[in-house]
Design a protein around this ligand. Sequence first.
Ligand code: NAP
Length: 306
Amino acid sequence: MNGRVCIVTGANAGIGFSTALQLAELGAHVIMACRSQSKAEQAATQIRAQITKKSPARKLEDIKLDVMVVDLLSFASVKRFAAEFRARKLPLHVLINNAGIMMGSADGWVTPDGNNSVLQVNTLSHFLLTLSLLDIMQATPGEARIINLASLAHRFGWIDFANINGKGCTGCLCYSQSKLANIMLTMELARRLEAQPENRVTVHAVDPDSIYSSFYDNLPTPMWACFRPFLWLMKPIEIGAQTSVFVASSVNVYGLTGVHWFRCAQTRASSACYDRQQCKDLWDLSLSLVHWNENRPAGVSLKLHL
Ligand SMILES: NC(=O)c1ccc[n+]([C@@H]2O[C@H](COP(=O)([O-])OP(=O)(O)OC[C@H]3O[C@@H](n4cnc5c(N)ncnc54)[C@H](OP(=O)(O)O)[C@@H]3O)[C@@H](O)[C@H]2O)c1
């Protein structure tokens, strides 16, 4: 991964932390896209320390880690992040849309942009981030890969098109819907990119497995009680990062797109993810929710030409 630039959202903790660590170990230039500068800098210090401890010959200055701030609860913050990244004039080989929340601070909590917080953090802000950076990925020499974090939970969700930001959408249902949406938007973006001449950007959905992380910290007591008996089944964050790192770096992934991955293997997602009409409808709805105009001169045009 030497010389390859990778953005990882939510890289200060959990699976994102381990993903950033493993990519930096492989020599990538990792941009840690986090909402707290201080937490991200602490994480970057830990990553440097772990790499030099494991490989004493590795010089500190050769570990390329940058911290950039983005708060996925705010579209303005996402746009600011994209503008700041653009100003650095770097290529972008890998974008890992990793950050996620299971619960809003309260069910149905609405962001300043008027969306359900779980939907905005997990899906809409990452969708906006992807669209905002896509032209940079398209201009990057070689293949560029977009990785969207999915979850087993997508199998229990459905897209409530009439009420996607739904009132009455409780934590688990919102989460399942957001993760299903991530895979459906992955499939739709893959198809739109494939329809473009000489496309070199591929899109993937990754289920990281059941991983013990701070993800479960904010669960209400009854839900925590449900998860508790299964904690021993959960795997460490290093395992959670493995599939993202594999998809980001492996030559075996070359040329593949629109794939759902689990334990470093291609796996079929739920049937809604392959329903072209639903994926297209979700794409159109998401465009309107993030206020993206496909026709504006500077916008990335990914109209379907199939
Ligand atoms: N753990 C599992 O079993 C599991 C299973 C399936 C899928 N996943 C998916 O894997 C991904 C990573 O999960 P994890 O287990 O590593 O969770 P985690 O330990 O809770 O880490 C989540 C990361 O997302 C960041 N984040 C949360 N809200 C944010 C916001 N508004 N703006 C920017 N960053 C924000 C967090 O930052 P702060 O530290 O600042 O909060 C943290 O860095 C998620 O997409 C999750 O849905 C996890």
